[in-house]
Design a binder for this molecule. Structure first.
Ligand code: PMP
Length: 389
């Protein structure tokens, strides 16, 4: 049998061991974690909707009318009017003909990618795509070709030398870096090479584009450029679940073929009703998006002035690049000692030598919260400049 303990010990020695913290309050900037108050800068609740009273009210009321359990898969007897209503709301929100509600973004990527490509086909995937995209590609049994991060010329070269059905898949906003995929250029090469483009906009919806309609809308593109978009509801929407949106033809195909949609119990209908409320809130959240942008801009200018290495990101994902795993852990611990929670992100989530603190902002952070983060960073910088560089 494999020596599992030795593997864990090795992880510990390399500074790569991971552990979980128990949160004892709702998700919001000021949280209770294992008996201590902390100020969090590492959640994906970008608009501060995870604990919104309107969504919670809908959830409570819907539990009374729709009950709790999903009870069966969508194709047996689990497809509730609540799910359908949410799918229509998400289609309208993402300006597509149709949408399907999945249980998680992970499942959406696994199901969609493996349904749309198979043996003999080729999937082209950005080198920094999310784990769920990578796993969806593997599950499909198609040939997988990675292209260099956001490198359209590399993609085009590889597309040109490939025959048959081609699928290109990319994050809209890269989850660990915060930068955007070059969607206009990707859409153009996909069109030229008859490849189907899928964008996972888990981190773009709610944050980018008019009314938060995501990275595709941010670039002024539409369904003709990006036939399928995937979004998760667990981040800016502040609820749970995920969706894929596109033409009725494609979503109908996915109802027939996407195994993670077909063979799983439907989400609790009340969560779907709550998500409908959240979609409406998110569309109307321009003031939150303006505040978020202000926090991001202020953080970028002041953290750079402190000498931290930031990445080229204009989104709420603002990683501080540190380098080795131990230094990233040390900076995270030093912040924690000052009551600030920012998790260190280490390999294999990011490449070797690129460990970082993934600082994320929420519209529910105040100026005073940002002051506390910057003061703590300044203090850590003074303590151990080399561990924070
Ligand atoms: N895609 C991306 C780009 C993500 O960052 C994540 C979550 N971290 C997912 C998909 C998975 O979404 P979910 O959390 O809903 O499973």
């Amino acid at each position: 049998m494999r020596d599992f303990k030795a593997e864990l010990d090795k992880r510990r020695e390399q500074g790569l061991y991971r552990w979980r913290r128990q949160v004892e309050s709702p998700q919001q900037p000021e949280m209770m974690v294992e008996g201590r108050p902390v100020l969090s800068f590492c959640s994906n609740d970008y608009l501060g909707l995870a604990n919104h009273p309107a969504t919670i009210k809908t959830l409570r009321e819907s539990l009374g009318t729709a009950g709790l359990g999903g009870a069966a898969s969508h194709l047996i007897c689990g497809h509730h009017a609540a799910h359908h209503k949410l799918e229509e709301a998400l289609a309208a929100f993402s300006q597509r003909e149709s949408a399907l509600f999945f249980s998680t973004g992970y499942m959406a990527n696994m199901g969609v990618i493996s349904a749309l490509a198979g043996r003999g086909d080729t999937i082209f995937s950005d080198r920094l795509n999310h784990a769920s995209i990578i796993d969806g590609c593997k599950l499909s049994r198609a040939t997988i070709r990675q292209y260099a991060h956001a490198d359209v010329a590399d993609l085009e070269r590889q597309l040109a030398e490939t025959e048959g059905h081609k699928l290109v898949v990319t994050d809209g906003v890269f989850s660990m870096d915060g930068d955007l995929a070059p969607l206009p250029e990707l859409a153009a090469v996909c069109r030229a090479h008859d490849a189907l483009l899928i964008v996972d906009d888990a981190h773009g919806f709610g944050c980018l584009g008019p009314e938060g309609r995501g990275t595709v809308a941010h670039f002024g593109l539409d369904e003709a450029d990006v036939p399928l978009v995937i979004g998760t509801l667990g981040k800016a929407f502040g609820t749970s679940g995920a969706f894929v949106a596109g033409s009725s033809l494609l979503t109908d195909y996915l109802v027939q073929k996407a195994r993670t949609y077909i063979y799983t119990t439907a989400m609790p209908p009340a969560v779907a009703y709550a998500s409908c409320t959240s979609v409406a809130l998110l569309e109307q959240a321009n003031d939150r998006r303006v505040h978020l942008k202000h926090l991001i801009d202020r953080f970028r200018s002041e953290a750079s002035r402190l000498g931290f290495t930031l990445m080229p990101s204009a989104t709420p994902i603002q990683p501080i690049l540190v380098g080795d795993a131990w230094s990233a852990l040390a900076l995270s611990k030093a912040l924690e000692a000052r009551g600030i929670w920012v998790t260190a992100i280490r390999p294999p989530t990011v490449p070797e030598g690129e460990s970082r603190l993934r600082v994320t902002f929420s519209a529910s952070h105040t100026e005073a919260h940002l002051d506390r983060l910057l003061n703590a960073l300044a203090a850590c910088r003074q303590l151990s400049p080399e561990s924070a560089a």
